[in-house]
Design a protein around this ligand. Structure first.
Ligand code: HEC
Ligand code: HEC
Length: 153
């Protein structure tokens, strides 16, 4: 019984932590301005350091968009993303080009979201986190803060 209690506490607190991912306090202004101009400025912990580096080497053709930056800005953003990157044992393979939405962790967290929602005109793409997560810009991804009523628990 004495051993069981700490284990129970852990399993209760871990999922609660996983839904809070505010941008770290050392986030460069250029990250919000540049990498948040077309989509959410994604939490850095959702890709590994290697995947962020791979992504940043192909910015001139970034999923069909030109997202290239000056080398100073790019280096500052790269250092920041690498500093706060997630572990591959936790995230799994992100594909090439890397996508948060292809990692095993993302797929597992969204297993219960019906396929039709990914194609809903309000959503369009799994990359469009804010379409479903109302608090995404503040790092809130909890299951009770979902914008689409049919998806709310
Ligand atoms: C000119 C617009 C634009 C800018 C600027 C931009 N992106 Fe993107 N990004 C896109 C588009 C378009 C996609 C693909 C979205 C989709 O599949 O719906 C994308 C996708 C992504 C994805 C994959 C999302 C997923 O599916 O998991 C990541 C990660 C990403 N961008 C990071 C960045 C970073 C880091 C920067 C800054 C260096 C950046 N983006 C700047 C347009 C942009
Ligand atoms: C089509 C709607 C939709 C989109 C788009 C979407 N999500 Fe979610 N997400 C959900 C729902 C619904 C849940 C709750 C699932 C559950 O509890 O079974 C969830 C759960 C999560 C969780 C787990 C939260 C917890 O309590 O552990 C994280 C983290 C998350 N999403 C991040 C993201 C990120 C990052 C993006 C964008 C790259 C994204 N989601 C895009 C609907 C969506």
């Amino acid at each position: 019984m004495k051993k069981l209690i700490p284990t129970l506490l852990l399993t209760i607190t871990l999922p609660a932590l996983a839904d809070r991912m505010p941008l770290p306090s050392d986030t460069p202004a250029s990250y919000r301005a540049e990498c948040g101009s077309c989509h959410l400025a994604y939490p850095p912990s959702l890709l590994t350091a290697g995947d962020w580096r791979r992504l940043l080497t192909g910015l001139e053709n970034h999923f069909g968009s030109d997202a290239n930056l000056g080398s100073g800005e790019k280096e500052a953003i790269a250092a920041f993303l690498v500093r706060h990157a997630g572990r591959s044992s936790r995230l799994g393979d992100a594909g090439n080009p890397p996508r948060i939405s292809q990692t095993a962790r993302f797929v597992r967290k969204h297993r219960e979201v019906p396929a039709s929602f990914w194609h809903d005109p309000r959503v369009k793409s799994a990359a469009n986190c804010e379409a479903c997560h109302r608090g995404a810009a503040n790092g809130h991804f909890g299951e009770h803060d979902i914008a689409i009523p049919e998806l709310r628990e």
